[in-house]
Design a protein around this ligand. Structure first.
Ligand code: ZN
Length: 134
């Protein structure tokens, strides 16, 4: 459920920034998220769609940059980093299943593209650390 709280933080931050900028619609959202096992791009998008429904960000396209997490192979104990948002991480050395041992708890809105009533889309440079909200 951690993923839901993270995406709730993203949607809340985007709404606040859009409102502060007088936007009527958000069209693009650039995010940086610390990769963690079981938090895939698909899951992020699904949560976002659910949470953003009915808000100014409803039709926004998400662009996600994943920060690498550290994994350790269950079989050969090899440690490595991966930013692949995958359900199951495989050891690059032996092909065994690896467990996440550390990830960066980051979820940041880097920039937005917004539309104000009767105007062309505008790029908003931002760097908002979001806080997970429940
Ligand atoms: Zn291995």
């Amino acid at each position: 459920m951690h993923e839901v709280a993270l995406m709730q933080g993203v949607v809340a931050t985007v709404q606040e920034q859009a409102q502060a900028a007088g936007a009527t619609k958000v069209t693009q959202i650039n995010l940086t998220i610390g990769a963690a096992s079981h938090f895939t791009e698909e899951i992020a998008r699904q949560h976002f769609e659910t949470l953003a429904a009915g808000t100014v960000a409803e039709e926004a396209t998400l662009h996600i940059t994943w920060l690498p997490a550290t994994y350790q192979c269950f079989t050969c104990l090899h440690q490595f980093q991966s930013a692949e948002p995958l359900e199951t991480i495989i050891c690059p050395r032996c092909g065994g299943v690896a467990l996440e041992i550390a990830h960066r708890d980051v979820c940041q809105v880097d920039s937005l593209e917004i539309v104000r009533a009767g105007q062309q889309p505008q790029h908003l440079d931002a760097s908002y650390e979001t806080t997970p909200r429940v």
